[in-house]
Ligand binder design. Structure first.
Ligand code: ZN
Length: 155
């Protein structure tokens, strides 16, 4: 069957940035299994997978607006170092309410934290291989997630 809304899709993927650096990959691990058409993947990738079948191999470049959005300068803040407990280092991530912020600079007594998604503002390059396409079961649609191999296991 073709990939369409409510299809369960298993795929292997490799994600690279503009410089060709691998940001994420399922190679050597479990494939990614998801229910299509529910916003489980970024919109630019779901759109390209639509209508594809088992065995399809594709390379997709997705603009920031169809991935994790543009960088929002309003989400970047400078805060005094004394607000942190202990050591603060670039690359550390903290929960700030519902958001996750990343420390991007430590300069003197000030720390810069960035609440943008780490992939915001980036054009993403996916290489994807479709391994399996099947219809979702009624249970899976009711739960909103995949059951069985690669998916959710209920106990
Ligand atoms: Zn379930």
């Amino acid at each position: 069957m073709q990939i369409a809304k409510h299809a369960v899709v298993s795929l292997h993927y490799t994600l690279k940035d503009d410089a060709g650096v691998v940001l994420d990959t399922s190679d050597g691990g479990e494939p990614l299994t998801y229910i299509h058409g529910q916003g489980n993947l970024i919109s630019g990738l779901e759109a390209e997978l639509d209508g594809k079948r088992k065995g399809a191999a594709l390379e997709v470049s997705v603009a920031p607006k169809d991935a994790y959005g543009e960088l929002d300068p309003k989400l970047v803040h400078k805060v005094p170092k004394r607000q942190f407990d202990g050591q603060v280092a670039v690359g550390q991530r903290f929960h700030a309410g519902p958001n996750v912020v990343t420390v991007t600079q430590v300069l003197g007594d000030m720390v810069t934290v960035d609440g943008n998604h780490p992939l915001a503002g980036k054009r993403l390059h996916f290489k994807v291989e479709v391994l399996e396409v099947r219809a979702a079961t009624a249970d899976e649609l009711a739960h909103g997630h995949v059951h069985g191999p690669g998916g959710h296991h209920h106990h």
